[in-house]
Design a protein around this ligand. Structure first.
Ligand code: PLP
Length: 343
């Protein structure tokens, strides 16, 4: 069996030696008492980086979104979001089940956008028969739209409509630093028009665990209570948070390498005859049309290339810190050898 090249997700990244070192040396305390100095330092660094007053460290991106929705809204409220949003496609319906929220979807365009006019049409007016529409949730980069990157202007064309309707706004920025690197716009500017924004440390930034939810101080105070409600209050979490501080210092700029590798991969796949335009790859995710995605995945796994399946005819390949440019070329060689060749 050749060495495995794992392109399923950027979540497979392992902590760097600098992270392991920082984790071993981390000063800790009880974070439920807000007494863990390393968690406090990470929350301060995250808030500064995102241009918000405060931040909250949570175990996962799923919890960051759930805490955000449950803190912005009350049970029975309606949240508007894209039909390709991670919140509705891949978070077990937690906002409905645990938050009592009605999730109403608006189609995502292939570039990840929601039509601003459609947001205006979807929001309900105050009427005895209606659930209150209280929140618009967007995502950047847009995972299930092939890692599509939205610019600050594109996001603001949507949040402006929300603001006009009196809705609050949340950005699922699991990969917002990929958007920062792809656009050259600092994350703080990308999220400036949102009441809250989250990001993941455990994806392209390479940490073992963790996400940050950012917003104004009063919101984060209330979010801290929601996190406790959901069982996300951790104790000496500084051991984990220490890796996050390393990530914010050392792992953001290198995301450009992942984007370059994703385009190289897409260009190689196009040369092999796959129906993909390399110019459509905007960040570290390649969504690839294939005849039978599950069979293709299994065939590649036999050759030590791991990919994931988005739908019956769509595979997904994700570049990250633990795959190099030579790994991409090796993966392309193995993909070329795998049968059946796509049409
Ligand atoms: C991965 C991801 C999440 C959830 O993060 P987990 O840490 O896996 O729970 C949320 N939103 C988007 C867009 C993601 O890609």
């Amino acid at each position: 069996m050749p060495d495995i090249i794992d392109l399923r997700s950027d979540t497979v990244t392992r902590p760097t030696p600098a992270m392991r070192d920082a984790m071993a040396r981390a000063e800790v305390g009880d974070d439920v008492y807000s007494e863990d100095p390393t968690v406090n330092a990470l929350e301060a660094a995250a808030a500064a980086r995102m241009g918000k007053e405060a931040a909250l460290y949570v175990p996962s991106g799923t919890m960051a979104n759930l805490v955000a929705l449950m803190t912005h809204c009350r049970p029975g409220d309606e949240v508007l979001l894209g039909d390709q949003a991670h919140i509705i496609r891949a978070e077990v319906g937690g906002a409905a089940r645990l938050g009592g929220l009605l999730l109403t979807t608006i189609p995502n365009d292939p570039d990840g956008m929601l039509d601003p006019a459609a947001i205006g049409r979807a929001a309900r007016n105050a009427n005895l028969h209606h659930p209150p529409t209280t929140l618009l949730a967007l995502e950047n980069t847009q995972n299930f739209c092939g890692g599509a990157v939205l610019t600050r202007e594109q996001l603001e064309s949507q949040t402006e409509v929300a603001a006009g309707l009196g809705l609050r706004t949340h950005l699922d920025g699991a990969r917002v630093f990929n958007a920062e690197v792809a656009t050259g716009t600092p994350a703080a500017e990308i999220v400036a028009s949102f009441d809250s924004a989250s990001f993941c440390l455990s994806k392209g930034l390479g940490c073992p665990v963790g996400s940050l939810l950012c917003g104004d101080a009063a919101f984060i105070d209330r979010a801290r209570r929601t996190r406790k409600l959901l069982g996300g209050g951790m104790r000496q979490a500084g051991v984990l948070a220490a890796a996050g501080l390393v990530a914010l210092h050392q792992m953001v700029d290198r995301l450009a390498d992942d984007h370059r590798n994703a385009r190289r991969l897409a260009a190689g796949l196009a040369e092999l005859g796959f129906a993909i335009d390399p110019a459509s790859v905007q960040s570290n995710i390649v969504a690839l049309p294939v005849d039978d995605a599950a069979a293709w995945r299994d065939r590649l796994a036999e050759r030590g290339v791991l990919v994931s399946v988005l739908s019956a005819r769509l595979g997904r390949l994700v570049t990250h810190a633990d795959v190099s440019e030579p790994d991409i070329d090796e993966a392309l060689d193995r993909i070329a050898q795998a049968w059946p060749v796509p049409v």
